[in-house]
Design a protein around this ligand. Structure first.
Ligand code: GLU
Length: 380
């Protein structure tokens, strides 16, 4: 290991120590032995021990793991060269089941329940699906589960792919309101130049903002197994930081990679301004409302105390909006008291307004969520 700087050690320890919700991205090159195509089980066991330690300290942990294609292509004897899209999708389908199984088998001995979540780009771009995924993550984490996320490579065609799990991990971190994202990689972090060609290249230990100068330092492609190079990592940093989430790049090949990071392994930290909740509120307040929910005095007071908006407190619904669209919440005097993302579309909102939440299923003919606007989706 390269020399550990005191600054890096205390920075990493402080950021990880204060984190509440951590997303760890694991690249294919760490997980799958490039010579044999086999899973590196021992390494995975070390990672599992680190995850268990975080869980014991009460942290929520989510993993975004690559490796489905790398594993599946071996099983199918598809060789080492580039694969046509259909072949990589078939490989992903075969590999993903093994990947999920591998995590399950190393985490279960620690008493950790895992869940598999496969996402496509549309799940973060379409607001309705975004909200659904977000709620599901929240519920899984509340139940103490460690979600294992990958791109749904089998159905994602080129136009709707992330294509690299660095950016997927950053989206997941934003979606789930994580405050730390760790990219376990095959490099120490971001250097001032490509260290493979420039012996004078220096590791940047901390990046306050991804400026064009910083972007110019990122080289080109990644390793033979993984898709992401430094460029996608910087894109990930921007997405994460904007969502109030700090991001680290660190070599993942230590036997306890997260312990190594917190003990000062060389790394680059990209710092966020503010926390995830503040970033989310900023994002919501900046949206253009598609409708208005008029609420009674009781509901307005409850919102001010930090509650969700229940349908019972709504007296009128105006505008044209779908689930996930921004709406203004307005009191009887016409004052905007909050802006939030609607949990129902306009027709459903009209059908349930003024009613208690336990009547939603009967009124809509299908079960629904208790809140018309959830407090996490609201800026006062
Ligand atoms: N989703 C791809 C896989 O699991 C990996 C993408 C990447 O390497 O970033 O194989």
């Amino acid at each position: 290991m390269a020399a550990v700087s005191e600054g890096t050690r205390s920075r990493s320890a402080a950021i990880l120590g204060a984190a509440r919700r951590v997303v760890v991205k694991i690249g294919s090159a760490l997980l799958v032995d490039s010579a044999t195509g086999q899973l590196r089980v021992e390494w995975l066991e070390g990672l599992a021990a680190d995850i268990a330690a975080l869980r014991e300290r009460g942290r929520d942990v989510m993993l975004v793991s690559s490796g489905s294609i790398a594993l599946g292509r071996r099983v199918l004897s598809l060789g080492d060269g580039p694969l046509p899209l259909e072949a990589s999708q078939a490989a992903a389908a075969v590999g993903q089941i093994r990947l999920a199984q591998a995590y399950e088998s190393v985490l279960a001995p620690h008493g950790i329940t895992t869940a598999q979540v496969l996402l496509t780009l549309e799940d973060s771009e379409n607001r309705r699906r975004y909200l659904n995924s977000r709620r599901t993550f929240e519920t899984l984490l509340e139940l103490g589960v460690v979600p294992i996320v990958n791109e749904n490579d089998t159905v994602a065609t080129d136009e709707i792919r992330y294509g690299d799990n660095d950016r997927l991990a950053a989206q997941v971190a934003g979606m789930a309101g994580a405050d730390v994202l760790v990219l376990l990689s095959d490099v120490d972090g971001l250097h001032t130049a490509d260290p493979r060609v420039d012996p004078g290249a220096r590791l940047l230990e901390v990046v306050e903002a991804v400026t064009p100068e910083i972007e110019a330092m990122a080289g080109g492609v990644g390793s033979a197994l993984s898709r992401g190079g430094m460029r996608t990592k910087l894109m990930a940093a921007k997405v994460a930081n904007r969502a109030g989430c700090a991001m680290a790049i660190v070599r993942g090949d230590a036997s306890r990679p997260l312990t190594a990071l917190s003990e000062g392994a060389p790394s680059t930290w990209f710092l966020a301004k503010g926390d995830p909740a503040a970033a989310r509120k900023r994002w919501i307040s900046g949206m253009r409302p598609r409708g208005r929910l008029i609420v009674d005095a009781g509901a307005a007071a409850a919102l001010a105390r930090g509650s969700s908006l229940l349908p019972a407190g709504v007296t009128e619904v105006e505008g044209k909006f779908s689930r996930g669209d921004p709406v203004d919440i307005v009191d009887a005097e016409g004052r905007v008291v909050a802006r939030g993302l609607a949990g129902y579309d306009v027709g459903e909102a009209r059908a349930i307004m003024g009613h208690r939440s336990d009547r939603i299923a009967e009124l809509l003919g299908h079960p629904g969520r208790a809140a018309l606007v959830h407090r996490d989706d609201m800026a006062i």
